[in-house]
Design a protein around this ligand. Structure first.
Ligand SMILES: [Zn+2]
Ligand SMILES: [Zn+2]
Length: 127
């Protein structure tokens, strides 16, 4: 699913790559490919894949900060932030922090596992 990013905040975690810190296995002092930071974003859906059931083009959503595996129990409960894949080191953690997992400081952003990785707020329209 692709969203047009409306807003993406700057978190203290975004500064680790900037300062060349080390977080877990990610050592930002080492040479790495350029990537986009940002893991706290809202936006409007501009495209959905065939497998996406909970969202449609035009919906305004907030995006989970991390990419869950989409299959473990926490992920299936909509809690990708505590995905079991994180503790096993199988998958990347947060968008824009894990190398090669681009973040939302961009005009457009791809949300993985979109049905659980993005949420609509039924009481509020994000702007
Ligand atoms: Zn953060
Ligand atoms: Zn998971």
């Amino acid at each position: 699913m692709i969203i047009k990013v409306t807003k993406c905040s700057i978190c203290g975690s975004d500064l680790h790559p900037y300062h060349g810190d080390k977080i877990g296995t990610n050592d930002y002092a080492q040479p790495m490919e350029k990537f986009c930071t940002g893991h706290e974003m809202i936006g409007e859906i501009v495209d959905v894949g065939k497998a996406v059931r909970n969202h449609k083009k035009g919906d305004k959503v907030m995006v989970e900060g991390g990419k869950g595996c989409g299959e473990c129990l926490p992920c299936r409960m909509g809690k990708a932030n505590i995905c079991l894949g994180y503790t096993k080191g199988i998958i990347g953690t947060a968008y824009g922090i894990s190398p090669k997992l681009n973040g939302g400081h961009a005009d457009y952003f791809q949300v993985f596992n979109a049905d659980i990785g993005a949420k609509k707020n039924p009481r509020r329209s994000y702007r």
